[in-house]
Design a protein around this ligand. Structure first.
Ligand SMILES: [Zn+2]
Length: 197
């Protein structure tokens, strides 16, 4: 009874993170109720993002320029590199002005259960980067979850030969998941109190 075109829309919406078939149907109906008001701006935003936003070839950030604004910013401290799991973590850290170094996005954390092996993360690009531009400190801003800490240990082994200082965020703060969920103050404290490994 549902038109094929609508089924496709529901299916695609339902596949998005945090969604499911039920949410897919709900959102599709919401969009169709006022197509010009809800749907047109969304399709335009999708088109624009698809056309203009891309992954930075240096750090993995998302931006409209290549390399991204952060990589290209001469005022930022190139001696300090902050390794994060996702682009959302850059956004979280950038909400407070405390970190002025550069970033590297891994694209996830190691997880045997989810099939996230080292080759699926941007680890080789990180090591290449450190070869080319040695830094004084690498901050591993990864979550306090088992996966986050497994990733920290893995990276530690590979970073040892670069002779740079490696630090992690202070986890004295309640931190069970993504950096994105932390408020500015908590994140600043975690960054300021970072521990050298
Ligand atoms: Zn970049």
């Amino acid at each position: 009874v549902i038109a094929k075109e609508l089924q496709t829309l529901i299916h695609l919406l339902g596949k998005l993170p945090g969604m499911g078939p039920r949410s897919g149907r709900k959102v599709a109906l919401h969009l169709m109720k006022a197509p010009e008001k809800h749907m047109r701006p969304l399709t335009q935003a999708l088109d624009t993002a698809l056309e203009k936003v891309a992954i930075c070839k240096v750090c993995g950030n998302l931006d409209t320029c290549q390399p991204c604004t952060i990589c290209d910013d001469a005022k930022r401290d190139t001696t300090c590199l902050c390794v994060v799991a996702e682009v959302a973590d850059i956004w979280a850290l950038e909400r407070s002005p405390i970190f002025r170094g550069k970033y590297h996005v891994l694209g996830g954390v190691l997880s045997a259960l989810d099939g996230m092996t080292p080759d699926k993360l941007n680890i080789s690009t990180l090591l290449d980067r450190l070869h080319q531009d040695p830094v004084e400190e690498v901050v591993l801003a990864l979550s306090a979850t088992v996966e986050g800490q497994t990733t920290v240990h893995y990276l530690m082994e590979h970073l040892a030969r670069f002779g740079c200082r490696v630090s992690t965020l202070a986890h004295g703060v309640p931190m069970g998941g993504e950096l994105d969920y932390l408020d500015e103050g908590t994140l600043s404290t975690a960054l300021q109190g970072r521990k050298v490994l």
